[in-house]
Write a protein that binds this ligand. Structure first.
Ligand code: FAD
Length: 463
């Protein structure tokens, strides 16, 4: 951390994925050490256009929420459009200000921040002051006795748990907030209905606290809201992960189980920070030898939720229609893509990254590598999820399937999990014509399992 107590007349806080004023180290430091502070958001069209509709909605809603918070304090959020490498030096020169930001761990963010730092240096601007505000512990803090990042989650989580928190600059200082609005935000359909900003995020935490004690029992059931649904807030930083950890606490099994998920989040971020190449390549390089089939029609069927595997189709349609998918179902659809269809995990990661509201490169890549078996601490390659079994186990009444695959809603009992095995009369009674109103399974799971095991064994030199 390169914070310095030196006072400045004017500071800029460059908001990125920390869209909150409270528990925000960059904001706290800037308001504590400057007479006036400009809150700046740079809308980079390249990033914005790559985001799916739900992430765009969420971003715009959160920015309005941040602006509302600033207005209550007699300021505004200044919006600029363009490449930060051009925008930051211009605004810094205009205001003769020192810049603060909270660091991120993705290779893209690292390159961008380095380029901005160089651009600022070339104009003789003051060196930016960087902070950590997006993780519980910043990378490099949670190390094994040998001083390395654990390649296995459980030991990482043990050290994570007992690692002392680096002190953050806390509270909000008395620096005046600048009242400059800059450019307008783009109009995005649906953004006005999205409850954005940190006030809405805190309300969501409050709702989750009513059910957190049941988290271990409910978290794997996609038909109900048994998880926190806070990943979008953590992704945009409308919530501080540290504050969330403290608010939840560790007084019950449910609370401890939830906080452990925040350790997973830190772990993947630390892994990416240390291994930026994992965005493109398997952490275990031999897994890049798998001869993927990469059939475009099957990939398309997966994306559209037309595979003939109801639990997979339900998940993919939830993603398509809402920008969210339950964690258990993410694992099922991920395994189906990689193992049953033998499609490269990077194709799945790309689709998720486009559509998910909570899309976060470290979490997405880390989890996809886990699913494909090629990451650290990954599920062994020979563990292939059986989609039929998973469906019956985690959506026992079929409610999740019926909600997202409405053409199967009339099927009663077990038939909804595997319509191809349903009695013809039941199918007819529910108005289901397989191959017409709903697809037949695009692969035979048992054959696909043999095929993927063979492909993985060849890649790993085990045949
Ligand atoms: C293939 C795949 C891709 C994924 N991509 C993303 C992604 O892009 N962004 C993302 O935030 N999560 C991702 N996850 C992890 C997980 O599915 C989501 O964090 C979770 O579903 C969000 O719902 P929630 O907030 O209700 O979770 P909760 O169960 O309430 O968990 C609380 C928080 O802990 C963290 N967390 C939970 N599970 C995981 C996990 N497996 N790995 C890392 N952190 C976790 C998240 O920040 C989450 O919000 C992915 C999982 C899989 C299997």
């Amino acid at each position: 951390m390169t914070t310095s107590p030196a006072r400045s007349k004017h500071a800029i806080v460059w908001f990125r994925r920390d869209l909150r004023l409270l528990e925000n180290p960059a904001w706290s430091a800037a308001t504590a050490t400057s007479d006036e502070v400009t809150a700046l958001f740079v809308l980079d069209p390249t990033l914005f256009n790559a985001a799916g509709p739900f992430r765009q909605q969420a971003l715009i809603a959160h920015l309005h929420g941040l602006d509302d918070m600033l207005r209550e304090r007699d300021g505004r959020l200044r919006i600029e459009h363009g490449d930060p490498v051009d925008v930051l030096p211009r605004v810094v020169a205009e205001l003769n200000a020192v810049t603060h930001w909270n660091t991120d761990t993705t290779p893209y963010a690292t390159r961008r921040d380095q380029a901005v730092t160089r651009a600022l240096a070339s104009t003789n601007a003051a060196e930016p002051r960087t902070h950590w505000g997006t993780l519980v512990h910043e990378p490099g803090r949670v190390l094994t006795g040998k001083g390395t990042l654990s390649k296995v989650f459980t030991p990482f989580a043990k050290v994570w748990d007992r690692t002392e928190l680096t002190p953050w600059v806390e509270g909000v200082g008395d620096g005046r907030i600048a009242d400059e609005h800059g450019a307008p935000l783009p109009q995005v359909v649906g953004a006005e209905d999205f409850p954005g900003g940190e006030v809405a995020a805190r309300a969501r935490v409050g709702e989750f606290l009513d059910r957190v004690d049941d988290y271990p029992e409910l978290r794997d059931l996609p038909a109900i809201d048994g998880t926190s649904l806070l990943s979008g807030d953590l992704r945009f930083g409308t919530l501080s992960p540290r504050e969330l950890m403290h608010v939840v606490g560790d007084s019950t099994d449910g609370r401890r189980a939830f906080v452990r998920q925040l350790a997973w989040r830190d772990w993947y971020a630390h892994l990416l920070w240390q291994t930026p190449g994992m965005v493109r390549a398997a952490i275990k390089p031999e897994y890049d030898n798998v001869a993927w089939r990469n059939d475009p029609d099957e990939y398309d069927a997966w994306k559209r939720g037309r595979t003939g595997f109801p639990i997979v189709d339900a998940g993919m349609r939830q993603l398509w229609k809402t920008g969210f998918m339950h964690n258990r179902v993410r694992m099922i659809v991920g395994s189906f893509l990689v193992k049953d269809l033998l499609i490269d995990w990077r194709w799945g990661e790309r689709w998720f990254r486009h559509l998910l509201i909570d899309a976060d490169v470290s979490q997405n890549v880390g989890n996809w590598q886990w699913v494909a078996g090629c990451g650290t601490d990954a599920a062994p390659y020979f563990r292939v999820f059986n989609p039929w079994t998973q469906s019956r186990k985690f959506d026992p009444r079929g409610d999740y399937i019926r909600r997202w695959v409405p053409e199967l809603a009339g099927l009663r009992g077990d038939a909804v999990h595997e319509p191809a095995k349903a009695a013809p009369l039941d199918l007819a009674g529910a108005g289901v014509v397989l191959g017409d109103t709903y697809p037949l399974p695009i692969v035979d799971h048992a054959l696909a399992r043999d095929r993927v095991l063979h492909a993985y064994k060849r890649a790993l030199g085990k045949t």
